[in-house]
Design a protein around this ligand. Sequence first.
Ligand SMILES: [Fe+2]
Length: 175
Amino acid sequence: MRDVTLVDLYDHHITQKFVNRSGMAHAICCAYHAFDLALIHHVHPDLAAKAAFLHDIGHFTWYKDGKWDYSLYKAYDIHAIKGAERAHKLLIRLGEHPRNAKEIALAVLLHTDSYLPHGHLELKPLQHVVALADEADEEPKGRHHYRKIDDKTARDWLQSLDRKIDAYLSDQKTS
Ligand SMILES: [Fe+2]
């Protein structure tokens, strides 16, 4: 039994406000990629799917004269830092175990190295899976942030991923 489902996250107004800003369709696709990758990399699929779903929750829209300004984003963006904190607060509010909330927040923090000084980061498997899930759904010129999905489809997809995660976890218990 999971403390927090993807649909619980989706239904929260904080998720609606911030994940819609960075792209709900992208977040959901990443959660699906993360589930598949988690099974390959022997990572907990529930944590991977939730971290991937929330990975861009810290995004800010860098606009100049009504248009996205990539140079402003490159220079000043800290979305992974903001996202880690925001995801952690949201998960704790919804009743996630603090151990899981920390693992998910760290995976959000490290899903990109675009804001970090150059150097080599040794990622844990969960963090690696979330970074791979994000890459798997990326489109040129950040177009993945603008793909649309309607509310009903978004909720249905997350509900069906919740069912896949529950089925996997109950299989693990009985085997
Ligand atoms: Fe992303």
